[in-house]
Design a protein around this ligand. Structure first.
Ligand code: ADP
Ligand code: MG
Length: 258
C-alpha cells in the first residue's frame, strides 16, 4: 500500500476580485522509505500542495481544496480537527525555507523541541534526554549545553538543523522539506543536504523534498515530479528523467543545472 496517495488534488484561492487556481488536479504516491522530489519554479503550487497534506491551508471560502489525500489508507480530507492535530508533526513533519521565522525567539531551542515531544508523547519520562538526542542526531555539538541556547545565538545553518531535530524528535513517517536550503549560504546548503542525504540513507522515513533547483535532486531523490503552473508535467525515476526529459519545461530546468 502507498504510504501517501494524492489523487486529483485541486487548490484554489478566492477573493472578491478573482479566483486563482494554484493546483489543477495533480496526483502522486509515496512509498514507505522512499524519497520523492517535487521540482518547479516559484509559484507552481509546491508549497500549497505540501501544506494541504495535513490540511494546513486557510479554511474556505478563501481557499478551497478538493480531491483525495490518503495517508496510510486514512482519508485526510475526512479527518476531524483532533485527528489532524494528531498527524501534524507526529506522522508528517515539515521543515521550511527560513528557520529563523519558524523558531520562536523567546524560547530556548530545547524548550521548543520539548514542547513538540510533550504534545505527541505525553507519557515520555525523559523529555530532555530525547531533546539532547535529537540535537545530537543532526550534528549539533555539545547538545547538553546547546539545548539552552536561544535561536538568535545560532547561525542560519544551525537553526535549520534545530528545525530538522524538532521534526525528527517525533519520529515522523514522512518528512516534508520545503526548500530547506534556499535561504542558506552555498557551503551551508551542502551541509544541510548532506544531513538530509544521511537521513535518507537510513530509510527510516519517507522524504518529500521540495525545491526549485533540479541540481540538488540528482543522487538524492528516488523519484521526481515536475510541477509547472499548478500541474504535474512530468514524473518518473530521477535518473531516468534527468537522462531523458520529455516536457520542454523539464528540459529547460535540466539545462540550468551547472
Ligand atoms: P511555490 O511553493 O511553488 O513557489 P505556492 O504553492 O506557494 O508556490 O503558491 C502557488 C500559488 O498560490 C501562487 O500563485 C501563490 O501566490 C498562491 N498562494 C499561495 N498561498 C496563498 C494564500 N494563502 N492566499 C492566496 N494565494 C496564495
Ligand atoms: Mg514554496
Amino acid at each position: 500500500m502507498d504510504l501517501l496517495k494524492i489523487e486529483d488534488l485541486k487548490i484554489s484561492f478566492h477573493n472578491r476580485e478573482r479566483t486563482l487556481e494554484a493546483v489543477k488536479g495533480i496526483g502522486f504516491a509515496l512509498q514507505e522509505g522512499e524519497t520523492l522530489a517535487v521540482v518547479g519554479e516559484s509559484g507552481s503550487g509546491k508549497s500549497v500542495t505540501a501544506l494541504s497534506l495535513t490540511r494546513l491551508l486557510p479554511p474556505p471560502p478563501g481557499c478551497r481544496v478538493s480531491g483525495k489525500i490518503l495517508y496510510d489508507g486514512r482519508d485526510v480530507m475526512a479527518m476531524s480537527p483532533r485527528e489532524l492535530r494528531g498527524i501534524r508533526g507526529r506522522d508528517i513533519a515539515y521543515i521550511f525555507q527560513d528557520a529563523s521565522t519558524s523558531l520562536n525567539p523567546v524560547f530556548t531551542i530545547g524548550n521548543q523541541i520539548a514542547e513538540a515531544i510533550r504534545l505527541h508523547f505525553p507519557q515520555e519520562k525523559d523529555v530532555t534526554g530525547r531533546v539532547i538526542e535529537a540535537l545530537r542526531s543532526v550534528g549539533i555539538r555539545d547538545p547538553e549545553k546547546r539545548h539552552r541556547a536561544y535561536p538568535h545565538e545560532l547561525s542560519g545553518g544551525m537553526q535549520q538543523r534545530v528545525m530538522i531535530a524538532m521534526a525528527l524528535a517525533c519520529e515522523p513517517r514522512i518528512l516534508v522539506a520545503d526548500e530547506p536550503t534556499t535561504a542558506l549560504d552555498v557551503t551551508i546548503q551542502k551541509q544541510i543536504m548532506d544531513l538530509l542525504a544521511d537521513l535518507r540513507q537510513r530509510r527510516t522515513m519517507s522524504i518529500i523534498l521540495i525545491t526549485h533547483n533540479f541540481g540538488i535532486v540528482s543522487g538524492f531523490a528516488d523519484r521526481v515530479v515536475v510541477m509547472f503552473r499548478g500541474e504535474i508535467v512530468e514524473a518518473g525515476p530521477t535518473e531516468e528523467v534527468l537522462r531523458n526529459p520529455q516536457h520542454p519545461y523539464t528540459k529547460a530546468l535540466i539545462a540550468c543545472i551547472p
